[in-house]
Design a protein around this ligand. Structure first.
Ligand SMILES: Cc1cc2nc3c(=O)[nH]c(=O)nc-3n(C[C@H](O)[C@H](O)[C@H](O)COP(=O)(O)OP(=O)(O)OC[C@H]3O[C@@H](n4cnc5c(N)ncnc54)[C@H](O)[C@@H]3O)c2cc1C
Length: 376
């Protein structure tokens, strides 16, 4: 979100400085692991769809500007029993916005995508536009674009504290000295509870694990072109997702839980990055009846990532409640990457104009005021 914001600010002629505590493209936050899903028939809420349309345009624009392939469409299956959130929510968004889609029954899913073994009552929404973003490449492309447009990016520089000044500006103290600016855009991801200043948002950081398996038997059914991205709703707030095999990142086929009551709460400073055997077993268990060739496959590797969760799982993007010169963004509740391009544009709007024509009412940070009062 930060790299996208800097590039949009620089594109509008603003003198922008981007600060990152680690190296660009690092693996200690929320934007690593070689792949992120992008999809249009958004089950979380139809209000995301217009933003997604713009996000796709801006990712294609960034590809054009950078000369790099960032987004590959693979098609997407949103699978679940009738009444499940993933299936019904996707259908609701598709119908609300007249999005092209098909509804496949279990037999049609097995026929078209033989790796999938849905149970008899399960259905899927299939959309052709869904696909895969390469997160590290996206971040680097935004950073390169920012530099080409005249912005300054400093990596390996940590913000120790920031403060709003009485004349409406900000002062930021970092490991590389003090900076003063007219506006401050905060996109600290899982570090938000420490960086946002006091209890302005009731956020929870979740530890999430990504797994790669080599399919048992032939890997052909998992190759791009034959295998779509998918989210599978198992009921009881358990959902998992995955990708076709990919040429970059670890070898094998990536799969992870999207939602799971077993997800642990952590902090960015203390998150446990060690993988436990039972976590790999839990993934295999979810896969065994559904994608058996993965459940029986060789475990290649697993990696830890963090979600920055709001109580209702919608984003929090807006002006800081106490400081109008400070914009807060990025508690993206585990589904924000695909929106980074359009969120960068929105953050530039909020920074320059104080408002945006993009529909972001759902993300108003003040909706949690009652929860914050309870917390503090
Ligand atoms: C396992 C996993 C799977 C996901 N899958 C998907 C998916 O398929 N599709 C999707 O759309 N989304 C997905 N998401 C969510 C998405 O990746 C995140 O919403 C998004 O990457 C968040 O970006 P961010 O910029 O907020 O955080 P980050 O990318 O973590 O960026 C925040 C940055 O701020 C820096 N920072 C923090 N504090 C300081 C400080 N004091 N000084 C300097 N720098 C600081 C951090 O080092 C970090 O680089 C997934 C997330 C995870 C963890």
């Amino acid at each position: 979100m930060g790299s996208a914001a800097v590039s949009h600010l620089a594109a509008r002629g603003i003198r922008a400085l981007g600060l990152e505590q680690f190296a660009i493209g690092h693996d200690r936050g929320s934007s690593h692991g070689a792949s992120r899903i992008i999809r249009l028939a958004y089950f979380e809420h139809p209000a995301y769809v217009p933003l997604l349309v713009r996000a796709y345009e801006l990712w294609r624009q960034l590809e054009h500007d950078s000369g790099e392939r960032l987004l590959t469409t693979t098609g997407g299956l949103m699978i679940g029993a009738p009444g499940s959130e993933v299936l019904e929510g996707s259908l609701h968004s598709a119908r609300t916005h007249a999005l092209a889609h098909e509804v496949l029954d279990a037999a049609a899913i097995r026929r078209r995508f033989p790796a999938f073994q849905p149970s008899r009552d399960e259905l899927a929404l299939f959309e052709t536009q869904a696909g895969v973003l390469r997160p590290e490449a996206c971040v680097r492309a935004h950073v390169s674009r920012s530099a080409a447009l005249g912005a300054k990016i400093l990596d390996q520089v940590a913000v120790n504290r920031w403060s709003a000044t009485n004349d409406g500006a900000v002062v930021v103290d970092t490991t590389a000295g003090r900076f003063e600016a007219g506006r401050l855009v905060l996109c600290p991801g899982a570090w938000a509870p420490e960086v946002f200043d006091a209890a302005v948002l009731p956020l929870k950081i979740e530890r999430q694990v990504l797994h790669w398996f080599d399919p048992h038997g032939s890997s052909e059914p998992f190759e791009p072109g034959r295998f779509p991205i998918y989210i599978w709703d198992c009921g009881d707030d358990v959902q998992f997702y995955g990708f076709p095999s990919q040429s970059d990142g670890p070898r094998g086929v990536k799969v992870a839980f999207f939602r799971s009551p077993e997800a642990e709460t952590c902090t960015a400073a203390t998150v446990d990055r060690a993988i436990r055997d039972e976590e790999v077993d839990r993934m295999r268990h979810a896969l065994v009846d559904r994608l058996p060739a993965l459940a029986l496959g060789h475990h290649v590797t697993s990696v830890v990532c963090m979600y920055t969760m709001t109580p209702d799982r919608h984003f929090a993007i807006g002006v800081h409640p106490r400081h109008p010169q400070v914009i807060m963004a990025s508690p993206c509740s585990g589904h924000g990457f695909k929106f980074a391009s359009v969120i960068g544009e929105i953050l530039a709007d909020l920074t320059i104009d104080g408002n945006t024509r993009r529909p972001i009412a759902l993300f108003d940070p003040s909706r949690f005021r009652a929860n914050v009062a309870e917390h503090s």
